[in-house]
Ligand binder design. Structure first.
Ligand code: NI
Length: 387
């Protein structure tokens, strides 16, 4: 592993990481975080692009010779969670915590930026370094894709920590590593009235209750049993007292899919079931689908390239068990070839838990790996151009 050359960097990385951990900020409120990233990049002489972003930023290490452009991406936001660790550098902001390791991602990318800057004369092209806001709200990636940050970019790499995988290990697979995360809302409307005279009303709760059971048959009866899919109804509201039949019943939930065909099929079935069940009970249903990020989709040959490079650097590589959690990195992969890579950060409670933590020893490994991933990928693209 190439960490020994960077002992001073390692110290700096750990201090920087601790600063970000102490100062977590929520999605689209990452003002101090962005300021700190800007300061550190400026001190390292790394160019920052002029983009209309309120939080987050995009830097570029421009190679000495013109060539292809690739991007490396991290996210920078934290979560509304009260930290319960005993870390000496725990969050200084009540109710907000870096409980998903985005402080680690930010620091690792800053480290990679410094390493790439040192090698700018050798680079076969340029590297855009994306410090993306608001991953937790799934809206940050779209801010970046709508800006000019990705103009002429050919390929993108993204990283995320993974707890309970040892430091020195990366997790990577072709295809989907995280799911499409979509939301649905249904309002059943009937006719309210006195609970003692149901014959004069139309009870929307009965229709909603039938729907809750029926919805669970979509995954068992309509999708391929070898696919991983999920339908969860997580929120129901109807009525306000015991002796009144309400006029409406509202429910909402989430659908998680890895296959595009299931992502098309499930909302169709949810709508069909809700409308036809409502009709069977003389009620009506209003179905609303709120699409979130698609499933990640790692391009096969660049995934193999990333795995091989990790092994060459002495890292262990394991393949991923797909998660039905989401990741807005998938939005970049809709428009660009890309690879999403998880980096082992040792023992911890799970992501989004108030005791979640990462082992900062993984930082120099992550920085060095991402920097060489960028450099080596540029060489490959450059050599293809000249063929
Ligand atoms: Ni995360």
């Amino acid at each position: 592993m190439e960490t020994n050359d960077y002992s001073q960097d390692e110290m700096n990385l750990i201090q920087t990481f601790q600063w970000f951990h102490r100062h977590p900020e929520l999605s689209f409120q990452e003002f101090e975080t962005t300021k700190k990233i800007r300061e550190l990049l400026t001190a390292a002489n790394v160019k920052i692009l002029d983009l209309p972003l309120e939080t987050g930023l995009v830097a570029e290490v421009t190679g000495a010779h013109p060539g292809p452009i690739i991007a490396i991406r991290c996210d920078i936001d934290a979560l509304p969670i009260q930290e319960q660790t005993d870390l000496p550098y725990k969050s200084e902001t009540d109710g907000i915590m870096h409980a998903c390791g985005h402080d680690f991602h930010t620091t690792a990318m800053l480290g990679a930026a410094v390493l790439l800057k040192r090698r700018e004369k050798e680079l076969g092209g340029s590297v855009r370094i994306i410090f993306q806001p608001a991953e937790e709200s799934s809206l940050g990636a779209l801010k970046i894709t709508k800006s000019s940050a990705l103009d002429n970019v050919q390929l993108i790499f993204g990283i995320h920590v993974i707890p309970n995988v040892p430091v020195g290990t990366i997790v990577i697979s072709p295809g989907a590593m995280t799911a499409a995360v979509d939301r649905f809302q249904i309002t059943f409307s009937g006719k309210g009235g006195h609970a003692a005279y149901p014959q004069d009303g139309v009870d929307p709760i009965v229709a909603a209750a039938q729907f809750v059971s029926a919805a669970q048959t979509i995954v068992s009866r309509n999708t391929d049993p070898f696919h991983q899919d999920l339908v969860s109804i997580t929120h129901i509201t109807a009525g306000s007292t015991w002796n009144v039949i309400p006029t409406t019943a509202f429910l909402e939930g989430t659908v998680r899919t890895l296959q595009k065909e299931d992502r098309r099929l499930i909302p169709k079935r949810l709508e069909e079931l809700s409308v036809s069940i409502a009709e069977a009970f003389r009620a009506t249903a209003d179905f609303r689908w709120i699409a979130g990020p698609p499933a990640t989709d790692n391009e096969a040959s660049w995934t193999a390239f990333s795995a091989k490079l990790a092994e060459d650097k002495g890292l262990k590589v394991i393949s991923s068990v797909p998660s039905l959690g989401g990741e807005d990195f998938a939005f970049y992969q809709q428009i660009l070839r890309g690879v999403y890579i998880q980096i082992g950060t040792g023992q911890s409670e799970p992501n989004h838990n108030p005791k979640f933590c990462v082992d900062p020893k993984a930082l120099p490994l992550a920085s060095a790996y991402v920097a060489s991933l960028a450099e080596k990928a540029l060489n490959v693209l450059k050599s293809r151009e000249s063929q």
